[in-house]
Design a protein around this ligand. Structure first.
Ligand code: HT7
Ligand code: ZN
Length: 877
């Protein structure tokens, strides 16, 4: 296998000034005619052949300046083609045949529900034609598409449609021209018979942009939320960052078969249906927010990704970290920043911390890869967004905006690096980011240990910080990071006191406002004029993606849970409180003693539930016990059965002790009547769901009846799916009948069926393994469809710890079988599934052996895809 290194970057020796593509679409024999206008760069070696990428292409013709080449003038090589002795300036014409119908990888040109679509990021364009398929080769594209007029009335590509018309034999054609230079990964083509929703947006300079959303027939009524989200995103980017859309048309096409969430192709975004379609009946409140967020994300890429793109794929976080940060801010502005922050940090803690501590750990700017698709990770995306957020913390909102302005002024129309971004921030603010750059080069989650000392005579409180970062694959030694730690000090009444940091000589140990700039491995900060008994609130707002350790007493945590003015740290105090109880219970289970925990935890829970000042969404998050994957990241190794048992014990005890409270809050928040989707109604549904989930642990018939009633009477998918999940995951005797009825009702709504599959797969009961075995043959399942795979197999491995980690190893066997069935069909999706084995070292010896065995079996498969090979082999290293 070939390993690609960041340090090997060399510029491409040719400019491709213009690309002309002509597609004659046919399922098994699409013909692609390509004409490239090529110019050798002044400093390039004229002796070198011109190298083009190409995969799974049947070459029909190749010509230079109109003259067909004979076999001595070009060479077919592994995954490409070389033109020998090319002139300094010429046109290259190729004609290739491809087969969209048999392309199950969902990269390149493929068919989804009888409609053509493309996915070119990262390296899919090479499955369409011979081309330098790398992001630093930017060119203008003209695209001609020809297909049967009845079957494919809409023929779409990037930019503006400049020509269209009828042809003989019932065919028609369209020609599209994209005036902006772009790399091949932003190319797109769609062709099919869609329903179309149109609207328009007037930009800040008064231009009218036509907006179009194309969906499968019959789904038009589920597109209005996506359209409104798009308009909000366009307006938001103008208002917050001064960024205006640059074409006269913006198209979105929704497809059911898609490897990821969506793709930001210039002017023609292609979306997974999951992130476009939403109606009260079929989508949950979370789905609505996710649709808005992903629509925003892809739209924001137009500037951060498309106008300024990446020089090479190692720089992916340049566009993805920045765009995730932008979509997080957008969603925060539309909903609630405190709640959004908690949701985002949950992803970091449960998934990114796990990646950082596992065999695939990499810096946000990786140094090497075998398969680029494996590096579309929570590290590159979400930790990348945290790094961007830290710029805003360090430079302030205005400083961050100034940095972005310089970035766009300097690099509009270019393919650049993370270093170019850092320099823009530095130069715009005269701020030294030398040490901050380590966030780009060092993998692993930094750990910050804090202790405090109070000097009663001087009325001074010192906070002593120690930072370290664990070893990660290939990185033994780590240098200290520049970590902005936001702090507060809370007095006995629960109020923040004014921070008066003592000045220090050491420039590295500065405090600015409420931000402590940690730069050294060990550092202390002293605050003056501090009354006795203040409690420090550290890492407010999760100001850096680190693990914080401070030895709070139980009562301090309870105090923070009740009083911290920083909503993130208030939530965090509760999470730490619950975690501590769970790990204490695990110790009790290990020692075989009766389980118990401090009563004060119950009172703290009740107080939060009863707090009438608090928003329902926040309450729901604060009352949710940390999930198993988050808990796993807090310890080196664990007896998983004990962890799950301890977590269940805590939840049930809280349910028993506060039964009437949960019931009362369920009744006041669960709404029967007209459906509303304002913030308050959404919050009420969330809180009612949390209350009901506690009550269900009581296994009482009266509670089962409540859930059944909620399901029967639901006029929205939030209430319906919450109730269904609680019933299916309970011991209710008739739960399978309930599940069956739900399926019958929704069998024609694919996205709802996917929810049903996920609920079935994440049922913690012992029968689930047999059920999900038979679901592989169920009409609702299709191995070729990534959404189905994620719903059934992904939910089993990611949301069903007790069954995936069955002691008999059947969970592991099941997963390995699916990976083996899928790697040749869809390498990307099967590699994602393989990642579920990454944390095998956390478990007991028996489970470790079983997981290792499955990984070894997978590695022994014939013609294993390099995607799966990379994940499985690194897991075993
Ligand atoms: N930039 C897009 C990435 C993407 C992708 C990558 C690999 C394989 C399939 C893919 N589909 C989309 C999505 C985004 O971050 O907006
Ligand atoms: Zn993106």
């Amino acid at each position: 296998v070939q390993v690609h290194y960041r340090s090997d970057y060399r510029p491409y020796p040719y400019d491709i000034e213009n690309v002309h593509l002509a597609f004659d679409l046919a399922p098994n024999a699409t013909v692609v005619d390509t004409t490239l206008t090529i110019q050798r760069k002044a400093d390039a070696d004229g002796e070198e052949p011109l190298r083009l990428d190409g995969v799974d292409l049947e070459l029909l013709l190749i010509a230079v300046d109109g003259k067909e080449l004979d076999e001595s003038e070009y060479r077919l090589i592994d995954d490409g083609l070389e033109v020998l002795n090319p002139p300094a300036r010429f046109t290259l014409t190729t004609k290739v045949k491809i087969s969209p119908d048999t392309n199950t990888s969902l990269e390149g040109l493929y068919l989804s529900s009888g409609k053509y679509c493309t996915q070119c990021e990262a390296e899919g364009f090479r499955k369409i034609t011979y081309y330098p398929d790398r992001p630093d080769v930017m060119s203008t594209f003209t695209v001609r598409i020809e297909a049967d007029a009845k079957e494919f009335p809409h023929l779409l590509s990037n930019g503006n449609r400049i020509e269209h018309g009828d042809l003989e034999d019932g065919k028609h054609f369209a020609v599209w021209e994209d005036p902006y230079k772009k790399p091949s990964y932003l190319f797109a083509l769609c062709a099919g018979d869609y329903d179309l929703l149109t609207s328009s947006f007037n930009t800040m300079t008064g231009r009218e942009v036509r907006l179009e959303i194309y969906v499968d027939k019959g789904k038009l009524d589920q597109c209005h939320h996506a359209m409104e989200s798009l308009k909000k995103a366009m307006k938001w980017d103008e208002e917050v960052f001064g960024l205006e859309y640059d074409l006269d048309i913006y198209m979105i096409v929704a497809v059911g078969d898609f490897n990821m969430g969506a793709m930001e192709n210039k002017g023609l975004n292609i979306f997974n249906t999951k992130y476009v379609l939403a109606s009260q009946d079929t989508a949950t409140d979370t789905d609505f927010i996710d649709v808005e967020g992903v629509i925003g994300h892809e739209y924001f890429h137009n500037w951060t990704g498309n106008r300024v793109t990446c020089r090479d794929w190692f720089q992916l976080s340049l566009k993805e970290g920045l765009t995730v940060f932008r979509d997080q801010e957008f969603t925060g502005d539309q909903t609630d920043h405190g709640v959004k922050r908690i949701e985002d940090v949950k992803v970091i803690r449960s998934h990114q911390f796990a990646e950082d501590a596992g065999p695939m750990a990499h810096p946000i700017r990786p140094d090497s890869y075998i398969e680029m698709n494996n590096f579309y990770t929570v590290t590159v995306y979400n930790k990348g967004a945290e790094v961007i957020r830290m710029y805003q913390t360090l430079l302030g909102r205005d400083g961050f905006k100034r940095g972005l302005d310089v970035y766009f002024e300097r690099h509009d129309g270019q393919a650049v690096t993370c270093e170019d971004f850092v320099r823009s921030m530095e130069d715009a603010n005269s701020y030294d980011l030398k040490q901050f750059r380590r966030w780009y080069s060092q993998a692993g989650t930094p750990e910050v240990e804090v202790t405090s000392e109070y000097d009663a005579d001087k009325r001074q409180l010192s906070l002593n910080f120690k930072q370290s970062c664990p070893v990660t694959p290939g990185q033994e030694e780590k240098e200290p990071f520049h970590i902005p730690v936001k702090v507060g000090l809370i007095d006995e009444l629960g109020n923040d006191i004014e921070l008066k940091a003592l000045p220090v000589n050491d420039a590295d140990a500065q405090v600015e406002g409420d931000i402590v700039h940690l730069k050294a491995a060990e550092q202390s900060v002293t605050f003056d004029d501090v009354p006795e008994k203040v409690i420090p609130s550290i890492l407010r707002g999760f100001s850096a993606p680190v693990k914080l350790r401070y030895d709070y007493s139980l009562s301090e945590l309870i105090f923070l849970f009740a009083h911290d003015s920083d909503s993130f740290n208030r939530w965090q105090a509760g999470q730490e409180l619950f975690s501590r109880v769970i790990f204490d219970l695990c110790d009790q289970l290990n020692s075989g003693i009766d389980l118990s925990f401090d009563e004060s935890v119950i009172r703290a829970t009740k107080n939060l539930l009863d707090d009438s000042e608090l928003d329902g969404q926040f309450k729901s998050l604060a009352l949710t016990i940390p999930g198993v994957s988050t808990l796993l990241e807090q310890v080196d190794t664990i007896e998983i059965d004990h962890l799950i048992k301890a977590r269940n014990f805590l939840k049930r005890r809280l349910a028993e002790e506060l039964e009437l409270d949960w019931l009362l809050h369920y009744q006041t928040n669960h709404h029967v009547g007209d459906f509303e989707q304002d913030k308050e109604s959404v919050a009420k549904r969330a809180l009612a769901g949390t209350c009901l989930s506690y009550l269900m642990t009581l296994e009482k018939d009266s509670v089962y009846q409540l859930a059944l009633k909620q399901l029967d009477n639901a006029n929205n998918m939030t209430d319906a799916s919450t109730a269904l999940q609680l019933i299916v995951h309970s011991n209710y005797a008739d739960k399978i009948k309930v599940a069956e009825d739900f399926y019958q009702k929704w069998q024609n709504e694919e996205l709802v069926v996917n929810k049903w599959l996920a609920i079935m797969a994440s049922d913690p009961s012992d029968e689930t393994i047999d059920r999900i075995e038979s679901l592989l043959d169920h009409p609702s399942f299709e191995l070729k469809n990534p959404n189905k795979v994620r719903s059934l197999i992904g939910a089993f491995t990611g949301a069903n710890p007790s069954q995936f980690h069955r002691a008999d190893g059947r969970g592991y066997e099941y997963l390995a079988r699916q990976i083996k069935a899928l790697y040749a069909v869809n390498p990307q999706v099967s590699a994602r599934l393989t990642g579920a084995f990454n944390r095998w070292r956390k478990f007991d010896e028996g489970r470790q052996l079983k997981m290792k065995q499955q990984l070894q079996d997978i590695l022994s498969m014939p013609e294993l895809s390099k995607d799966v090979y990379e994940i499985a082999s690194k897991a075993l290293q």
